[in-house]
Design a binder for this molecule. Structure first.
Ligand code: GLU
Length: 481
């Protein structure tokens, strides 16, 4: 049975990089009909908070990643928060096992003593390894120190020789020399387990078969593998994903703009578009196609096609893709999605224009939108007050040729039987009469009737605001000369 986990730490809002790891983990599981476990790694009590945990749940849900077991769903292998697992004594049980088998030992060295060791290693340029001074203590000495209430940590005894060799699902054959790795702390002096220990205990206890995570964890492999071996367990399969970089090739961070998933939601990204975009960040199916539904991605996903090279997060490409998604939606879905982002006041103002004005207006600006919130910028064009319109016009200068175009157009445009087609036909007649280029005809008309350079198809616009408004505006601009 394939069992995978996402293991976020609730020390910040759900980050786009963490989401990408969760996504690939989820895709792998769904592709192979496996089980997805959500585990909250909140052993760092100082930095973890419920607020961040809630943000993680919200982000995953909005993005469309579900899980079969987790803090909210429950499951056979719970609890699913490490803080609750500490309370349940799960880690201490494993610590006892490792102490008893000689794979772990008490260490009473003070922070100061350890820093002297570390500085000495630094000075000689040798990678630091703990001296194992604590191993020289006799059983009686250890007991006496414990009885006296001395502070201690518990360290894992790394094998002195041998190599950790495994085949990474993404990176292929990997080998680490065990003898280079220092004995590391598995239980901190405050009694909480360290990351490298807790993660192994949980992956083992939760019967995780495949671990997919960021490449920044690859250096932890020899430590985690050694703990697995000491517990007599076989190693799960691992796949380490390339990192996500900003456009300057530095690791993606706040400096590059929004990094939290809920910020993307709030800016008006449509989650299926982000899903499509993130899936292609470090993975690609065969062929050139870039647009895929969630189900298609699930059926195509394979770790064989995950790139080894880091991937660059390109906000412009994502924004473009988002706009493309909005244009491809069926009308009903599009309206439902966009209405969630439309300001209530603007909506009411557009509705006043006529029975189906709202629906026409939403469709008219569809081609202008990149993110959903753009609806409030582009939608405003339909409800400009006369004052706002006049002040826009005051900023524009119309040439003689422009005025000639507007005058001709006004003469052609008839209120009777008006439609978007008759509007377009009118503009075509002006084109023919004047022999001017499209820009020289369409732009002054656009500027005169809307007060702005860009916006919806003018025929659609005219259908929403009404031919009378169009004629009045043409006359207004013509009267200014
Ligand atoms: N809690 C770890 C993190 O957020 C997960 C590490 C792992 O997947 O092993 O980086």
């Amino acid at each position: 049975m394939i069992r995978v986990r996402f293991a976020p730490s609730p020390t910040g809002n759900l980050h786009i990089g963490t989401l990408r790891t969760a996504l690939f983990t989820w895709l792998f599981a769904r592709r192979h009909k496996g089980v997805v476990v959500l585990r909250i790694e909140d052993t760092d009590m100082q930095r973890s908070s419920t607020e961040f945990e809630v943000n993680i749940f919200e982000g995953l849900e909005w993005f469309g990643l579900d899980n079969d077991e987790g803090p909210r769903e429950g499951g056979e292998y719970g609890p699913y928060r490490q803080s609750e697992r500490i309370e349940a004594g799960i880690y201490s049980g494993y610590i006892e096992t490792l102490l008893a088998s000689g794979h772990a030992y008490y260490c009473f060295d003070t922070a100061k003593e350890l820093s002297v060791e570390r500085d000495a290693a630094m000075a000689t340029g040798v990678p630091y390894k703990y001296s194992r001074k604590a191993l020289e203590l006799s059983e009686g000495e250890v007991k006496a120190k414990l009885d006296a209430g001395e502070a201690y940590t518990i360290r894992f005894k790394m094998p002195d020789s041998g190599w950790l060799k495994y085949k990474d699902m993404v990176r292929g054959k990997i080998a680490f020399d065990n003898s280079l790795i220092s004995d590391f702390v598995i239980m901190k002096s405050d009694g909480t387990p360290s990351y490298n220990f807790a993660v192994v205990v949980d992956d083992l206890a939760m019967k995780i078969s495949h671990v997919i995570r960021g490449e920044d964890h690859i250096s932890n492999m020899p430590r985690q593998a050694a703990v697995f071996a000491a517990l007599g367990a076989t190693l799960p399969e691992y796949g380490h994903l390339p990192m996500i970089l900003g456009p300057d090739k530095a690791k993606l961070s706040k400096r590059h703009g929004a990094t939290s998933v809920t910020e993307y939601r709030d800016q008006g990204f449509y989650s299926p578009a982000l899903f499509n975009y993130l899936s292609l960040l470090g993975w690609s199916p065969e062929g050139q196609e870039e647009f895929f539904t969630k189900d298609e991605i699930v059926s195509l996903f394979s770790t064989d096609r995950v790139a080894k090279a880091n991937a660059v997060f390109d906000q412009r490409k994502l924004t473009w893709m988002n706009g493309q998604y909005l244009r491809r939606l069926d009308v009903e879905t599009y309206e439902a999605v966009i209405l969630e982002h439309l300001d209530a006041g603007l909506k009411a103002d557009i509705e006043v224009l006529g029975d189906d004005a709202l629906s026409k207006a939403l469709l008219a600006v569809r081609g202008n939108l990149e993110v959903l919130n753009d609806i409030n910028t582009y939608g405003a064009v339909f409800v400009k007050t006369q004052k706002e319109y006049e002040s826009d016009i005051a900023e524009i200068s119309f040439s003689e040729s422009n005025i000639d175009v507007l005058t001709r157009f006004r003469a052609i445009l008839k209120p009777e039987g008006f439609s978007r087609e008759s509007f377009d036909a009118g503009m075509a007649v002006v084109l023919e009469q004047t022999g001017l280029g499209k820009g020289a005809v369409f732009l002054p008309i656009r500027l005169a009737v809307s007060g702005q350079k860009a916006g919806p198809h003018l025929g659609d616009f005219a259908e929403v605001v009404g031919v009378e408004t169009i004629l009045a505006r043409l006359s207004y601009v013509i009267s200014l000369t």
